[in-house]
Design a binder for this molecule. Structure first.
Ligand code: DAH
Length: 341
């Protein structure tokens, strides 16, 4: 027997042929062809006695497994075809059956895609950048000079590569702004979602791994009013129109002026509760007008162009929309949580 005779015992082909048999006669012909006296299976079986001793059990086992499997398939098809031939139609008496669990997108991915859609409809592009960043993009180009106190607030996780403290896990999505401005000329309208990392202890609202969505608009004559209108547009698209928002002064090295964007607490409608620390407001992210120093670092003329930027926590949004807490719920991968959304 040729060494590859076993390859002729093709169970998939047999299954397809059995499934395609439409009458009992066809099925009986097939039975002869697949497992009858003249079949390939029979020939392989015949040849066993002439095989070297070590091949005999292997081929013997393969051929009897094949024959058993094909016989079962033929018998099952036979049982299906008998009522069809008896009544002329098939009567499907199957009960409910076994439901199959279908997968779906994670809540954070759903939120990211929803926001991307809002921004794409406003004419923005979606951009991405690396999660392992260098000091230049994560800090230096964003106007955080070495030793600046704002660096300490970022709880950076460094990667042990190259010069000490030069390679890191990005602490925010703002370095993608730098990458976009380094490679594109204004006008720029981009959103940059992605995963970010901080050396932070897990608590109800903080996690060492989380997501942000960054926004950047650079053009002639961009004003703070454009920023406020854009934030209003996208948060009301996500949370609904009844929402109220506010901007209060803040500080970030790469924007001037800078602001914090908050919405009225969705849990208490602004009355004050545990979730909003009795303030009635929940902060969604930071924003501001791009600092001229940042423009200079990437070779954009601040006399000609102005721009706004913002960075929002992505988990925050579905946390508020659906009342999900604590933040680690997003990363636990508990199927009972995931299937609710
Ligand atoms: N990157 C800041 C952070 O993670 C958030 C931020 C603030 C982003 C102001 C911005 C901005 O683009 O303009 O804390």
């Amino acid at each position: 027997m040729p060494a590859d005779a076993l390859a002729e015992l093709d169970l998939d082909a047999a299954r397809a042929a059995v499934g395609a048999a439409g009458t009992l006669d066809e099925l009986e012909d097939l039975r002869k062809r697949l497992v009858g006296k003249q079949s390939v299976a029979a020939r392989v079986k015949q040849s066993i006695k002439d095989l070297p001793a070590d091949r005999k059990p292997v081929v013997g086992k393969a051929v009897s497994e094949y024959t058993a499997a094909v016989t079962t398939l033929l018998d099952e098809r036979h049982a299906d075809l008998v009522p069809v031939e008896a009544t002329g139609t098939a009567l499907d008496l199957t009960l409910g059956g076994h439901g199959r669990m279908r997968g779906h997108l994670h809540l954070v991915t759903q939120c990211r895609r929803e926001l991307e859609d809002v921004f794409v409809s406003l004419g923005y592009r979606v951009e991405e950048g690396p999660e392992v960043e260098d000091d230049w993009h994560n800090f230096e180009a964003l106007n955080f000079p070495p030793g600046h106190p704002a660096r300490a607030m970022q709880d950076t996780l460094y990667v042990n590569l190259g010069e000490p403290e030069q390679v890191l896990l990005r602490t925010h999505t703002s370095p993608v702004q730098v990458r976009v401005m380094e490679t594109q000329k204004p006008p720029i309208y981009s959103v940059m979602p992605g995963r970010t990392y901080r050396n932070e202890t897990l608590d109800a609202r903080h996690s060492p791994v989380f997501h942000q969505i960054e926004g950047l608009a650079v053009d002639r004559g961009i004003t703070f009013g454009d920023l406020a209108g854009t934030l209003e547009a996208f948060t009301s698209a996500y949370f609904g129109k009844q929402l109220q928002s506010r901007l209060i002064p803040s500080f970030f090295p790469f924007t001037e002026p800078s602001a914090e964007f908050s919405i009225t607490c969705v849990f208490c409608d602004g009355a004050g509760c545990r979730v909003c620390s009795k303030t009635g407001w929940i902060e969604l992210g930071g924003c501001g007008m791009v600092d001229p120093n940042v423009f200079r670092k990437v070779g954009i003329d601040p006399e000609e162009y102005s721009g706004f930027a913002f960075g929002f926590g992505l988990e925050r949004m579905p946390m508020l929309r659906y009342g999900v807490e604590p933040i680690k719920t997003f990363f636990d991968n508990d199927i009972r949580f995931l299937t609710q959304y």
